[in-house]
Design a protein around this ligand. Structure first.
Ligand SMILES: [Zn+2]
Length: 372
């Protein structure tokens, strides 16, 4: 297939669990649900089938090996060797790692790249920085400056900023940044009550400030959109809710990257079509939809400009997800392009140019990878 040898730039992923997983732990990381209901196996899904079909041979098992055999072999090899094999087989040259969510011992960007080859880069999560600053003790009036100073310090070594506002107050961000008096009032309430940052005024302020800082430093701002774990109210994660925010940031000189997007990937493709500073990926959706990943990709391409689509795996916890993100992307994209070539919709040369762009070129053009 056309896409077989192309190096990948994984523009959004996380680390992997840095210890061996038992069966329950493995199955819990093979779903976005908080718990696996009694009597259900998460292997019984397109993602589970893809693990048995495509990851088993990397661990020296026959394709479609039974889940028990797969997990036994995984334990025999140990998490380091399993991770090394599954990651290095992806052909990834750069891993852009979101370091803002580590609910268990996980590999950071350098350790991930050490196991998988290529280079690890950091993407800084805005809400995580704000929460650390708030926990460190600061007054309400000082909080806005203290947070942005902390983001700026972290951004020196990073290649991007990320917001998970979709998980908190949703993507209906205001067109204008909130007034500073409203921000200080909201900061006062948050500092009194504590806990995760969920206040819509502060989150709207942080997204606008993040976009402004991103423009200044040449760092893209990634936004989680679409499906994810059950902290999310999915209807509030439709990227179309960002329309006012995207219109407001269009002239800033910042690139806004819509991550995941499923089942709103067509909406995201439309936004990339309308706004020149928007990039999109379908990471997470590609491994989860398994045999249907090509169909998701085809729908994204219906309207998304070819220079706006980027590859990512959104691998989290299990290196199987990074592996399948890469493999199913190559397969899905390769088959799509082959179909279009045989239908004489484009030339082999056009297809190759498109494949290189969406696999690494488009992301390389927006993230400041050199010197990081
Ligand atoms: Zn992610």
């Amino acid at each position: 297939v056309l896409t077989d040898g192309l190096p990948l730039l994984d523009q959004h992923c996380h680390g992997v669990l840095a210890e061996d997983a038992d069966r329950a732990g493995f199955e819990r990381l093979l779903t976005e649900a908080a718990e696996v209901p009694a009597g259900r196996s998460t292997f019984d899904s397109l993602l589970g089938l893809a693990v048995r079909r495509w990851c088993a041979p990397v661990l020296d098992l026959p394709p479609h090996a039974a889940a028990d055999d797969y997990l036994r072999r995984r334990t025999e090899l140990g998490w380091r060797e399993v991770t090394r094999r599954l990651l290095s087989a992806t052909g990834t040259v750069g891993w852009l790692v979101d370091t803002g969510h580590t609910p268990f011992p996980m590999t950071g960007p350098d350790r991930l790249a050490g196991l998988g080859g290529g280079t690890g880069y950091e993407v800084v999560r805005l809400e995580a920085v704000a929460e650390r600053v708030a926990a460190g003790g600061v007054g309400a009036a000082e909080l806005p400056v203290a947070v942005m100073d902390a983001v700026r310090a972290r951004a020196e070594r990073a290649v991007g900023l990320k917001s998970v506002v979709a998980y908190r107050s949703g993507l209906a961000l205001p067109a204008e940044p909130p007034a500073s008096s409203a921000v200080v009032d909201a900061a006062g309430t948050w500092l009194r009550t504590g806990g995760p940052l969920v206040d819509p005024v502060l989150l709207g302020w942080l997204a606008h400030e993040g976009a402004r800082l991103g423009a200044e430093l040449g760092l893209p701002v990634q936004l989680h959109t679409g499906f994810g774990d059950p902290d999310l109210h999915l209807h509030r994660a439709d990227p179309l809710l960002l329309t006012d925010f995207l219109a407001a940031t269009a002239g800033l000189g910042v690139t806004v990257v819509l991550l995941h997007c499923w089942p709103y990937h067509r909406n995201a493709g439309y936004l990339a079509h309308i706004f020149g500073h928007v990039r999109v990926d379908v990471g997470l959706a590609v491994p989860y939809t398994g045999a249907r990943a090509g169909a998701v990709l085809a729908e994204l391409f219906e309207l998304a400009p070819f220079d706006a689509v980027c590859y990512s795996s959104d691998g989290f916890g299990l290196p199987e997800l990074h592996h399948l993100g890469a493999l199913l992307w190559r397969r899905g994209l390769g088959r799509l392009l082959d179909q279009w070539i045989s239908a004489d919709e484009l030339t082999a040369g056009d297809a190759e140019r498109l494949a290189v762009a969406v696999t690494s070129g488009n992301a390389a053009a927006v993230y400041p990878l050199a010197g990081r």
